[in-house]
Design a protein around this ligand. Sequence first.
Ligand SMILES: [Fe+2]
Length: 707
Amino acid sequence: MDQKEINQDYNSYQKEDHDTWALLLKRHKALYKNCVSKEYVNGFNKLRLHESRIVRISEINERLEALSGWNLIPVTGLIPTRDFFYLIVNKKYPVTIFLRKPHEIDFSEQPDLFHDVCGHVPLLTNEKFVKFLTAFSIIALKYAANERAINLLGRLYWFTYEMGIINEENLRKPYGGAIITSAEEINNMNNKEVPIHPFDLDLIFQASFNPYKLQKEYFVIESFDDLFNCLENVETKLIEHLSLPDNDYTIRNYSLNTCIGKDFKNVIGFLNDVQYKFPKAISFVAGQPDEYFFDIENNISKFDRYVNHIVAKSGKSRKAVINGIGQYNKTKGIINDILAEYLKNDENINLTGDDIIVTVGAQEAFSIILSTVCNRATDVILVEDPSYIGVSSFAKVFDYNISGVRIDENGIDLKELKRKIIEINGSGKQVKLLYVIPDYQNPSGTCMPIGNRLMLLEFARQYNFLIIEDSVYNSFTYEQKKNPTLKSLDRNNKVIYVGSFSKSLFPGLRLGLIGANQRIENEAGDSVALIDEMAKIKAQLTNNTSTINQAILGGVLLDLNCSLSESSRPKFESYKRKRDQMISSLQKYIKVYEFDWACDIKWNEPNGGFFIKMSVPFVINNESVYESASEYNVIFCPMRNFYLQNGGENDLRLTFSNLSLDEIEKGIKQLSQYLKSKVIAKDISISSKKLDHRSLELPTTLTSRTD
Ligand SMILES: [Fe+2]
């Protein structure tokens, strides 16, 4: 049998690993007390797992062999479906020897020893349960080559082995391994809005599931006899369902870009889910512009202003001009000269219309720049860490090399940047791009002093890389004067400027721009305009940006003499009032010098932008968001979501841009109550008890699972 059986090299575990195990066990025991199946608890107690050091599989085997005749087989990771069932039939259970790292304490994307041993092994001591498991595996072996059958059997496996619930003395208690190792899932199970159906094979075969989300339904058995007894009918039912058309229209056995799931945090999806689930909670999450200042109908009416301008300029008829706008059009854009004038007026940036591409928001700009400049094999993109995820997510999904550079209160840490560049360039790869938000950075609110800006430009010259300047918050300053953009200081043409009108006008306009005046010597030795090379990529992505929307923006800008500064003043003043309200509310409800509980809480006071970073003396993760939303009606964003790998474990991001002054005060008051409760309780288990292992489970089939 071709599988990855190995020995558990016990000496390879470090002290850190044993500490992780001890913490996991401590939290697990606190979690399962009184709320999980007694059959599971009996099994768990029989195993007598060592709580302060990692279990030796050989030791568990001695006990397990005596108790039930089963043995655990150490494996390195995923094993083929057929091998898995073959092992089960032979009373062998594959257990991965890998243990998650401390930073994965709440969530490990890989199956690990803790999940396998604590989630599943206890029930291997239960005679009735293993009778079911063995008989199920015999059936599954018969169908191992049939993807659809395995998918259907996978549903039975999922709603029993992983998400099973049993009725014990009129109380519903989980026995499935995935639910037992996740407090969040247990809470979900106890939510009266989530249906728990009586165990029913037909229903289970029809029930789809998502292993990465909280379950939408569960199935409860009356005793483990129900499981074994159902197998009598399982093949008949299976064949019945296999002969039905696949009515969910899901295409299976057809994998997509694997980078989508790899190391790619669906931050926005998660936060949207929380907001949807707790609609009354005040949300400091979304960095949305204030809708009060949207002037959409008036903006749209400026389409005419643009048309009249072109009619006057070109001498063409109105109809011809309008039809021209409606036609396929220039890839680089149709309002480039107007945008060049706007950049000159508002940002002191000297570019011509030829140096500009009008893009579908800033996000398209990033994708064009990365795709034009970088080779996957040899080039590296550096980003501030933490940072807005637009660039890093694109790089991850399309498999570009990306690396983070830490930031401090002055933005990117220049010493660290230099060290990183030397390290990467010395390794045979080349740093080609650095992405920065110099002004009031998302998510940290930090701002780069002018001395650092000049030094950064010098680095770019010295180490021959280009800077992507995301200037989205540059205008949103709450000081007298805004900072000079990097591009306005760029004497060596090292900066690619990215602008957006989503914050300054409204996001639905979907307009941004790339400003790049570099010339690049290509492989043939010819000097080409970088912006024209980018236009070749843009042509492949979207052909050209909506010309109707460009005409609207063109008209808006023409109407305002190609400057948004004056007309935006009331908006900037309003954001400043909100920032002030945030700071004064924080000072009012979290008195760091008066309240003992508040003495280790810190926040910054940015002079612009939409974001405040807060540090607290306990761990902040996605579960903290759920807890705060459900118990205190306030939502924030864990800062860790903005880091490439690790970091920000004690930090959160607060956004105030689309809240009223009253909402801000109320939200901060509620936030302070949440923070106070956490600090006073100092009970780590409250924030960390929710061991979410759903990602360790079968995606849609039983394929390649060890558990
Ligand atoms: Fe599992």
